[in-house]
Write a protein that binds this ligand. Structure first.
Ligand code: GTP
Ligand code: SPV
Ligand code: MN
Length: 585
């Protein structure tokens, strides 16, 4: 335990509110965690999987109404509504504490309250930040063990400091109509109630490491971003690092762990994964941007993960992982999901726990079924994964899911133009959040659901950072998802995305030419290496095409999006939009 008065006050206040029967401090000790797993197996919250094939692995099924992030019930609770901005849902903090406090009141009667001290970032790193999550869910405890660094050593690192995020979670009755994910950035506080789904309840992740941290970053001069971090190792051994922001379920985990095509691996190319979802980025003493991954594990999308698309992710799940809402193969007590292989199990239960046969035509795994897996399981985890100061960035990449409009890759003209490119990102919605799938919406920097303050101020923070970074990374945009007339993806994607990264890194060193278009620089088609692929230079030309008419329509959408911010929109972005319009004339 701890003598930290602020921590004790937070825990005692939470006990007074939630009224649990018992309180257990999570020490990080394996015996304690193992006894909790055993308890969860008794209640069915966790199902132990085949110990030989999947040692230390468990299956969890969430409630049927609780399978994704709930953006409509996620709130930023700042004193002034304007500080939450036009994109976020806002709730007055006084009202939020009172009304949602009433839902928490007594909700842990008959239950145990678990107190989880956790660190985002390696314990003791100057870039790391500490949180305390209180929860009534063993699934949360054992998942936080995978996703973050937990236990007594975190309390030791905190000492008597008050610099920690207070996270209170209760699954309560899982009542959808009383589900709230509340953020109080001015109080370093998160309240989450009536959900058991990862993104809503593993409070270190989106709630802390993005929503609260983005607010802290604005005030402290750094950035919390929805970005993967990877290193490309060249045949001469040199490694260049890239951070990339794609919206939820748009390919971060896949890119972060990509396996180079044979053509490249034979020459000695390798890709190292530093992180697959979140980057905390600061200006280093050398004037470059340095990024750490604050997480300790992956909360990855299961469907589509297979030995061809992402072997490194699949191999990461082979021990000490938790699967949520996938198919259970009853013959050998292992798991399966759509796109794992072409042999769905015959004797199986679907994600709801019902008898299921693939012949029925119904999906067995939920489209947003996921796994939590320790990062150290990943065969390509970077040697710099725990480096206290992180890795230096050569390039920042934005990208989304666009059937048309956005070319395979383009480079922004400079930092402010790059911020503009990030700010106008749009992408088709996915199953990672509740609501319609496949609808194009603006998702600036892939942060639409994750900025803990006014998005216009967030844009201004990006512009402002640019004035302070002596050696700025170059900013690019990619789109792996252009489709042909039949709706099929034209670009092979996955490992072959390295071909695009190669062009990007060459541009960073001025080693390759480009063609100027109204939106920025695109490659000459012959500069994208297609050796060994099924596509020809003309197809690449098509993928790189910037259609003026389509972009004129796009500009109308951008105007409409920007209009919400009124006079708060940074003038630099307005200027970029005017330039784009002029170039499209
Ligand atoms: P979050 O965990 O929600 O933040 O998602 P993510 O951005 O990490 O996405 P992930 O890598 O899990 O990919 C989501 C889906 O996109 C999966 O179904 C992948 O198979 C698919 N995908 C990823 N990369 C590519 C690609 O290069 N091309 C195509 N066509 N699909 C891809
Ligand atoms: C995402 O939706 O972007 C995820 C999964 O990475 S969650 O943790 O649910 O946010
Ligand atoms: Mn994500």
């Amino acid at each position: 335990m701890t003598d930290n008065k602020q921590v004790l006050k937070f825990v005692n206040d939470s006990i007074a509110l939630c009224k649990p029967d018992k309180v257990m401090w999570i020490t990080g000790d394996e015996a304690q965690l193992e006894s909790l797993r055993a308890e969860a197996m008794k209640t069915g919250e966790l199902i132990k999987l085949n110990e030989k094939e999947l040692p230390g692995c468990y299956l969890h099924r969430s409630a049927l109404n609780d399978v994704a992030r709930v953006e409509g019930r996620t709130f930023i609770c700042t004193e002034k509504e304007e500080d939450a901005g036009p994109i976020n849902n806002w709730m007055d903090p006084v009202k939020a504490y009172k009304e949602v406090g009433a839902i928490f009141n007594g909700c842990m009667k008959g239950r145990t309250m678990y107190v989880i001290p956790f660190s985002m970032g390696a314990i003791g790193s100057p870039f790391s930040k500490i949180g305390i999550e209180i929860t009534d869910s063993i699934y949360v405890v054992v998942s936080m063990k995978i996703m973050t660094r937990i236990g007594d050593k975190v309390l030791e690192a905190l000492g008597d400091s008050n610099d920690f995020v207070r996270g209170l979670h209760a699954k309560a009755d899982l009542d959808e109509s009383k589900r709230y994910i509340l953020h109080f950035p001015q109080d370093n506080t998160i309240w989450s109630v009536n959900s058991g789904y990862g993104g809503n309840v593993l409070l270190g992740k989106k709630c802390f490491a993005l929503r609260i941290a983005s607010y802290q970053g604005k005030n402290e001069g750094w950035m919390a971003e929805h970005m993967l971090i990877l290193g490309v190792q060249f045949p001469n051994g040199e490694i260049k690092y890239i951070a990339a922001a794609f919206p939820s379920a748009c390919g971060k985990t896949n890119l972060a762990m990509l396996i180079p095509p044979e053509l490249y691996s034979k020459k000695g190319y390798k890709v190292w994964c530093v992180g697959d979802d979140i980057a905390w980025i600061r200006i280093g003493k050398d004037g470059r941007l340095w990024a750490i991954n604050p997480e300790n594990g992956f909360f990855g999308v299961a469907p589509g993960t297979n030995m061809k698309s992402n072997p490194n992710a699949l191999l990461s799940t082979k021990k000490n992982a938790i699967f949520t809402n996938v198919v259970q193969n009853l013959d050998n007590n292992t798991v399966w999901w759509e796109g794992m292989d072409k042999n769905p199990p015959k004797n199986a239960l679907n994600w709801k726990g019902e008898k299921w046969d693939a012949e029925s035509g119904e999906k067995g795994a939920h489209p947003n079924s996921r796994f939590t897996a320790p990062a150290i399981n990943c065969p390509c985890i970077s040697s710099e994964f725990e480096a206290p100061e992180g890795v230096p960035l050569s390039a920042i990449i934005f990208g989304g899911r666009r059937a048309k409009t956005a070319p395979l890759v383009y480079q922004s003209r400079d930092w402010n133009n790059g911020v503009f490119v990030g700010s106008i990102m749009a992408s088709e919605t996915t199953a990672a959040a509740t609501g319609a799938v496949g609808v194009v919406r603006r998702d600036p920097m892939a942060m639409r659901p994750f900025v803990g303050y006014n998005m216009a101020d967030y844009f201004a923070h990006w512009i402002d950072m640019g004035t302070k970074i002596a050696h700025k990374p170059k900013i690019f945009n990619v789109n792996w998802f252009r489709t042909d007339e039949e709706g099929k993806f034209i670009w092979p994607g996955f490992g072959d995305n390295l071909r695009v990264l190669e062009w990007i890194l060459k541009r960073c060193e001025d080693k390759v030419d480009a063609i100027e278009t109204p939106i920025g620089y695109v490659p000459k088609a012959e500069d994208i290496n297609i050796e060994g692929l099924d596509i020809d230079v003309d197809t690449v030309k098509g993928l790189l095409d910037v259609d003026k008419a389509t972009w004129k329509t796009e500009v109308e959408g951008i105007e409409e999006f920007y209009a919400q911010f009124g006079t708060k929109l940074p003038k630099e972005l307005r200027k970029e939009l005017d330039t784009l319009k002029a170039k499209l004339k």
